[in-house]
Design a protein around this ligand. Structure first.
Ligand SMILES: [Zn+2]
Ligand SMILES: [Zn+2]
Length: 381
């Protein structure tokens, strides 16, 4: 789906490429190259929109690089292009991945890949709770990955049978292929589709792996999650990904850690925040309260006259800082609860109390702004 502006129309291609209306063909090409480079997945793996943005840029380039289309767009906008029968078509480009490869020489791109292919990375997600995140955890993780076939020891041939030079590529493992791109035809080197880059083909493929030399298997591994890890962080285990071809290293395993939301605490960096219900009379009198902590509970001194939304801090009861001994704090937001559904006796007591209150009991040194800030701030927390 093409990206659109707020009104649902495709964006202006000049705006997409960041060029002026009078930009020359050379400037347009340069702007597109620049954008394409920024949006390359190797550079921009963290941007989930990179591919969409790239498509948008390619579409804009396709319009502005063609004099006739550009003139139509200048006069009639996107509407004009559509009524003229033009629809952005990426088929001519091959896949977006091919286009990236053609520009930047990704896997199997410009420069001929030589030697056996390393294994790819594998990603797996695990979920832990907040207590495990605080203490660290050892988890059994199982995942699918490609292993080297033991039967043929990875060479793809049934043991004891010969391996021949690939006829399609003459043993180089590579073929020349032409790809159409916005800059004209580009010849690139691709991996031979018969021998998959090996240059050699077994006469009798291994019966266990059908000649691939590798096969998918379920693996188990114990993963150590460090104390203090935050939701969305990844742990990299080098060499635990897919097996590479014979002589090449394996890929890595990335364990994505999700930390479940906790019913009691909200996490803010290394601090934890909790809300504590305190009956209004107790807030006035003060006293010692038990506050739940991650591990257990701690007693907390509530000063007499504590106001709604005041924050009390238990030092060192928060989350550990990743890789350090220090722990954050537990911030306790006091939620003063005004009693409801009073009995006759309670009503009587409160009426008597209410009658005795003086201005001094109710005086606060806070300004209206400070009060509001506290009330709103505690809500936001
Ligand atoms: Zn095999
Ligand atoms: Zn071949």
């Amino acid at each position: 789906m093409p990206r659109t502006d707020a009104t649902g129309k495709p964006r202006d291609p000049y705006e997409v490429l960041g060029v002026g209306r009078d930009a020359s063909g050379q400037q347009i090409k340069k702007a597109f190259r620049q954008l394409a480079r920024e949006l390359h997945p190797d550079v921009n793996a963290h941007d989930p929109d990179a591919e969409e943005k790239f498509k948008e840029a390619a579409e804009a380039y396709e319009i502005l690089s063609d004099d006739e289309r550009r003139a139509t767009y200048d006069r009639y906008g996107h509407e004009g292009l559509r009524s003229g029968g033009y629809a952005p078509n990426f088929d001519g480009f091959g896949s977006i991945g091919d286009l990236f490869d053609a520009f930047f020489g990704g896997g199997g791109g410009f420069g001929a890949r030589s030697g056996p292919m390393p294994g790819g990375d594998v990603a797996v997600a695990v979920e832990i709770d907040l207590v495990e995140a605080a203490h660290g955890a050892k988890l059994e993780v199982s995942y699918e990955a490609v292993d080297r076939c033991e039967h043929c020891n990875g060479n793809g041939a049934e043991p004891g049978t010969p391996i021949n030079t690939c006829e399609r590529c003459g043993g180089s493992g590579q073929l020349q292929a032409a790809t159409r791109t916005p800059f004209g035809q580009m010849v690139r080197t691709v991996v031979c589709d018969v021998c998959e880059g090996e240059g050699r083909v077994p006469e009798q493929p291994c019966r266990e792996c059908r000649g691939r030399g590798r096969r998918a298997a379920t693996r188990g591994i114990e993963v150590e999650v460090p104390a203090g890890i935050a939701n969305g962080q990844r742990i990299r285990l080098a060499g635990r990904g897919h097996a590479g071809e014979v002589g090449a290293p394996a890929g890595d395993l990335y364990v994505l850690v999700r930390v479940q939301e906790d019913k009691r605490f909200v996490r803010e960096g290394d601090d934890l925040i909790t809300a504590l219900d305190v009956p209004a009379p107790l807030a006035a009198l003060g006293g010692t309260l038990e506050v739940p902590t991650l591990e257990d509970s701690e007693s907390l001194e509530l000063p007499a006259g504590t106001q709604p939304g005041e924050v009390l801090t238990l030092r060192g009861e928060g989350m550990p800082a990743l890789g350090r001994a220090r722990r954050g704090n537990l911030r306790v937001v006091v939620n003063v609860v005004v009693p409801r559904r009073l009995s006759d006796e309670q009503r009587d007591l409160l009426e008597r109390l209410s009658g005795t209150l003086t201005e001094d009991n109710l005086r606060s040194d806070e300004s209206i702004f400070a009060k509001l800030r506290r009330a709103l701030g505690s809500q936001a927390a």
